[in-house]
Design a binder for this molecule. Structure first.
Ligand code: DGJ
Length: 723
């Protein structure tokens, strides 16, 4: 709900649970004015700046909180702006904001869009605030656009995608933070006067450290109850998510491109559009918020033939071989993958140029014939002849110094001439703000893809950006570098997905560094983490599920001791956790025992049976948080509540532990269910009513967990309604 004051300023008066549509609403709201404390109210009928809930606050007025935007007048250096309401319009549907990714509608009935136009008469610039309300989701998407009409240029120095002011500050802020191999841990903090913020300034959307997502929880909110407001940015570059509590107890939250090293110059007739923020309201706690994000992102952010389609069970050779392989070894691994029922073989890093270790070859997108004498075309044909699809790893934005590409085009890398240029994993960043660089990469990779039989591509990124400077950009446009880089990446994704529409793209950045909604628009799945240890994965997948649907989470069973943790977890637990994602294997199956191979075959059969429920139809509920205890639990339930699959996972085994009842969620209380419970290889069957399973719970078989190995063991519950 937005109100306009007599001087053309606009304020948001309410954002929350849906209200009835009545013109008398809010007629007396926010009339309070105060004089003299900091700044006078311009006139009666206007908002008091410090007290107002400004809709898109500007710098330099009597509102001394953080502004959503700043525009510099290049004719005199002024940062002042006063944008006044001009007009608004409401239309059915939603427009895209290409070249930026965004959520979309399939037809105009699905959403209504409000566009408010404001104008600054001194700058001669229009500001367009755009809001889309979806019919089927408790979602408002927002972005802002600037259109400049003046003769003299302006520079946008800050442009958030949205800003909302809430009355009161009794909120807990929830964020997803971590590091490489421990991405998206759930972290909370109570709000307090001043600023709380998360950010990413490394050229990705916060990398492993912060995800471009924040939630504000009312004090009584939990997983299933209470009010929660989610804010998720559809962007993969530098970002800021900021919450400020003022002395008048107003909570301001904003999210958008990070203002550090950002400016965007507008000449007459030019415009700039911010990325989109997806705001979710939930009256049903965090699970309610996550379910809205899941259904919106899997149906109206992911696109193409892979939207709402079960994902192939894959085998990736990375943890099996790293870069040390040849065609025979690859074919042996692929044959075994076919034997257990996998559907896709993915050849990871090391197939191109002189790539035998991380110091060489990156950027040379032509096959290494010493390792693969029949080329990618020949290898992919052989793999397809086995009855498997073939997928390939690439890292298109980077180059090793020791590569043909670098030797021929040393100028293609980013960095300021004459200055030290850091490497990360021995690689430099290619300047994707330059069309000729993107074109050169596009040509190279298209030659590989179109010459072979490729069904899947894993697009990796293994370093953060440093020394961001574009050699071809003029001084007044250097501040555009980081955003232009992202537009270059999105542009390449757009071209590749258009030219090869049936290829399934999986984004990756040393695991989950670039797991964000911007990437999800192009790549419907993301490698969730380089940490494939089951006990670490429950935490990472639990945190990731706050925003991202299971169908987007790359999850593999790997060998033990685990490559990152050096920990041994049971094969059954590794699979039980990996089921709740896209599912696959990342090990040499030839090294497993005959008994383990039988288990793997059974796991593949199981996933084929359940993947539609897990990935497409089911509704996911978190039950027990691994961040709060020794255990983790979750359930996926079919929309009609007739089928469900639940996981209980324990970290360390306990002696003489109390009896534990695992309380399931979202079943039909009055209906009977048949439950097949498996721990390790041991199965037990039982019947119970939905209310018992949810309110009293199902007893965790402690002795069976001990028999199955104790630590890091888990129980899988297959639940089917019987009447
Ligand atoms: C990092 C990825 O996360 C891994 O899965 C693997 O693809 C390596 N890069 C290859 O260099």
């Amino acid at each position: 709900m937005i109100k306009t004051a007599d001087d053309g300023q606009i304020a948001g008066v309410y954002y929350g649970r849906r209200l009835t549509d009545d013109p008398r609403m809010f007629s007396n709201y926010q009339k309070e004015t105060r004089e003299g404390i900091t700044i006078d109210v311009p006139e009666p009928g206007c908002f008091t700046p410090v007290l107002s809930r400004a809709e898109y606050p500007v710098y330099g007025t009597g509102d001394y909180r953080t502004p959503a935007f700043e525009v510099r007048n290049e004719s005199n250096g002024s940062l002042l702006g006063r944008f006044e309401y001009q007009s608004h319009r409401i239309y059915a549907g939603k427009k895209d904001i290409l070249p930026l990714p965004s959520t979309y509608t399939m037809n105009d009935d699905e959403a209504d869009t409000l566009e408010i136009t404001l104008h600054d008469p001194v700058l001669h610039t229009d500001l367009l605030l755009s809001y889309t309300i979806f019919r089927d989701f408790a979602v408002i998407t927002r972005h802002a656009s600037f259109l400049h009409h003046g003769e003299s240029p302006v520079s946008i120095r800050r442009a958030m995608s949205m800003s909302v002011d809430f009355d009161g500050s009794a909120f807990t802020m929830l964020q997803l933070s971590g590091a490489w191999a421990r991405e998206k841990y759930v972290k909370t903090r109570p709000l307090t006067p001043g600023i709380s913020a998360i950010q990413g300034i490394d050229g990705t959307c916060g990398g492993c450290e912060q995800n471009p997502f924040l939630a504000l929880m009312r004090p009584d909110a939990s997983e299933d109850t209470g009010e929660v407001y989610g804010f998720s940015l559809v962007y993969s570059g530098n970002f800021l998510g900021l919450v400020e509590v003022s002395s008048y107890d107003i909570t301001r939250i904003m999210m958008g491109i990070h203002p550090i090293n950002f400016t965007w110059r507008l000449e007459k007739g030019e415009s700039f559009t911010t990325p989109e923020t997806v705001m979710v309201y939930s009256g049903n706690g965090l699970n309610g918020m996550s379910q809205t994000y899941h259904s919106l992102y899997k149906t109206r952010l992911q696109r193409g033939p892979w939207r709402e389609k079960e994902r192939p069970i894959l085998l990736n050779n990375w943890e099996a071989t790293h870069m040390s392989f040849d065609e025979d070894k690859i074919l042996r691994i692929a044959e075994k993958a076919k034997d257990v029922g996998a559907e896709l073989f993915v050849l990871d890093d090391g197939w191109f140029g002189e790539r035998n270790d991380a110091t060489k070859g990156l950027g040379d997108w032509f096959v290494n014939k010493e390792k693969l004498p029949s080329g990618i075309d020949g290898l992919s044909e052989k793999i397809e002849a086995m009855g498997l699809q073939f997928g390939l790893w690439v890292e298109l934005e980077m180059v090793n110094k020791d590569s043909r590409l670098f030797r021929e085009h040393p100028d293609y890398v980013i960095g300021e001439p004459g200055r030290f240029n850091s490497t990360g994993r021995h690689q430099y960043v290619l300047d994707f703000t330059r069309q000729e660089v993107v074109d050169a990469v596009y040509e190279m990779i298209c030659r590989v893809i179109s010459g072979a039989r490729i069904s899947y591509i894993k697009w990796d990124l293994n370093r953060y950006m440093s020394e961001p400077f574009g050699k071809e950009l003029p001084p007044e446009r250097q501040g555009e570098f980081m955003h232009r880089y992202m537009l270059g990446v999105y542009g390449l994704y757009q071209r590749l997905t258009e030219r090869f529409p049936s290829i399934l793209f999986e984004s990756c950045a040393s695991g989950g560094k670039r797991f964000d909604p911007g990437m999800m628009y192009y790549a419907p799945q993301t490698w969730t983490s380089d940490d494939t240890d089951a006990n670490e994965r429950v935490k990472i997948q639990y945190g990731t599920s706050m925003v991202y649907p299971l169908i987007s989470m790359g999850s593999h069973v790997s060998a033990v001791p685990n490559e990152q943790m050096n920990r041994v977890t049971p094969l059954a637990s590794r699979a039980n956790v990996a089921y709740f994602g896209t599912f696959g294997y990342e090990l040499d199956l030839n090294l497993l025992s005959a008994a383990e191979i039988e288990m793997v075959k059974e796991q593949v059969r199981f996933m084929k049976k359940y993947r539609r429920l897990i990935q497409v139809d089911g509704i996911f509920y978190r039950i027990l948080s691994p961040f709060e205890s020794n255990e983790c639990g979750w359930i996926v339930v079919s929309p009609d509540r007739t089928r469900a699959l639940a996981l209980y996972f324990q970290t360390l085994n306990q002696v003489e532990a109390p009896i534990c009842y695992f309380r399931l969620k979202a079943l039909e209380p009055g209906m009977n269910y048949h439950i097949a419970q498996s721990v390790g290889g041991k199965k037990k069957e039982m019947d119970a009513r939905g209310d018992e399973l949810m309110y009293a719970g199902i007893q965790i078989p402690r002795a069976d967990l001990t028999d199955a190995g104790g630590d890091f063991t888990s129980v899988l519950f297959e639940i089917v309604q019987t009447e």
